[in-house]
Design a protein around this ligand. Structure first.
Ligand SMILES: Nc1ncnc2c1ncn2[C@@H]1O[C@H](COP(=O)(O)OP(=O)(O)OP(=O)(O)O)[C@@H](O)[C@H]1O
Ligand SMILES: [Mg+2]
Length: 232
C-alpha cells in the first residue's frame, strides 16, 4: 500500500529534513520506490538543500545511487527561492508568484509514479505560502497524512498541542509524533517530561524521542526503533 506523508514541524529547525530523510530511508530499505518533496525551498542557492539531505540520508550505504531526485528535479522542489525567510516574504521579494496548482500537480505526478512520497513541511503548520493561505491547508487538499516532528526543548508541550489542534481542525490523519532533541544542552528532565505530558494530553500516537547526535547512523538507529515498535 502507498504511503503519502506530510512531515510537519512544530517550528523551523525542528528536524523535519532529518526525519524526512530517515523516513525515505526506512521505506527504501523495504524495497519500495520512494521520493521526497519540498514544495517551497527558501534560503537556497541553485541546489535544493533539504532535498539534497533527504537524498543523502535515503541512499546512505547504498551501492545503486540512481539519481531519481535529479530526474524529478522539477517536481521534487517546484519552487526554489534564495532568501532565507518565510515563503510569502521570499516570494514577494523575488517577484515570484506561488501557484498552488503547480505544487499540487507536482505532488500528484509523484504520487502516481512512486509508492511512497514524503513531503517536508515548511517551518511550522501555519506558515502562509501566499498571503492568508497556510501550508497545512495545501497538505490537507493533497490528502496527505501527517507526522509531527516536535523540537524537544522547553515550550514543546504547547507547540506540539497547538500543532495537533491545527491538524485535527483540518480533519487530517496524524500518523504519529516524533520528539527530536535539537539542543545538546537541553535538560534531560525537560526532554522526558515533554514527551510524557503530550502523551497524557492527547490521544494521538507518540512514537517517542530521538536523542541529540551528529552521528546520523546512530540517530537512524533510534529512529528505526521508534517505527519498528509501531504498526506503521
Ligand atoms: N537529533 C539531532 N541531533 C543533532 N542535530 C540535529 C538533530 N536533528 C536535527 N539536527 C540538526 O539541526 C539542524 C536543523 O534540523 P533540520 O534541518 O532537520 O530542521 P528543519 O525542521 O528541516 O528546518 P527548516 O525549517 O529549515 O527546514 C540541522 O543542522 C540538523 O542536522
Ligand atoms: Mg528542512
Amino acid at each position: 500500500m502507498g504511503k503519502f506523508i506530510f512531515v510537519a514541524g512544530t517550528d523551523t529547525s525542528a528536524g523535519k529534513t532529518v526525519v524526512t530523510g530517515f523516513l525515505a530511508r526506512y521505506f527504501h530499505q523495504q524495497g519500495r520506490s520512494v521520493i521526497t518533496q519540498k514544495w517551497i525551498q527558501t534560503g537556497a542557492g541553485s541546489i535544493q538543500e533539504d532535498i539534497q539531505v533527504h537524498q543523502n540520508l535515503m541512499l546512505d550505504g547504498c551501492d545503486n545511487k540512481a539519481d531519481i531526485f535529479q530526474k524529478e528535479k522539477r517536481h521534487v522542489s517546484p519552487y526554489i527561492l534564495k532568501m532565507p525567510a518565510a515563503p510569502v516574504v521570499a516570494a514577494k521579494k523575488e517577484g515570484v508568484f506561488i501557484d498552488k496548482d503547480k505544487i499540487k500537480n507536482s505532488y500528484f505526478y509523484l504520487k502516481e509514479n512512486y509508492e511512497v512520497v514524503i513531503v517536508e513541511g515548511i517551518g511550522g503548520v501555519l506558515v502562509p505560502y501566499v498571503p492568508g493561505e497556510y501550508i497545512i491547508d495545501l497538505a490537507a487538499e493533497a490528502g496527505l497524512s501527517v507526522i509531527i516532528v516536535a523540537a524537544n526543548k522547553l515550550g514543546a508541550i504547547n507547540h506540539t498541542l497547538l500543532t495537533i489542534e491545527a491538524i485535527k481542525h483540518r480533519k487530517m490523519k496524524i500518523e504519529g509524533i516524533i520528539f527530536n532533541q535539537v539542543d545538546q544542552e537541553e535538560d534531560p528532565d525537560i526532554i522526558s517530561s515533554n514527551i510524557s505530558a503530550v502523551i497524557e494530553s492527547t490521544s494521538e500516537k507518540v512514537f517517542g524521542g530521538i536523542r541529540y547526535s551528529k552521528n546520523f547512523s546512530e540517530l537512524y538507529f533510534d529512529f528505526k526503533k521508534l517505527l519498528e515498535n509501531q504498526r506503521f
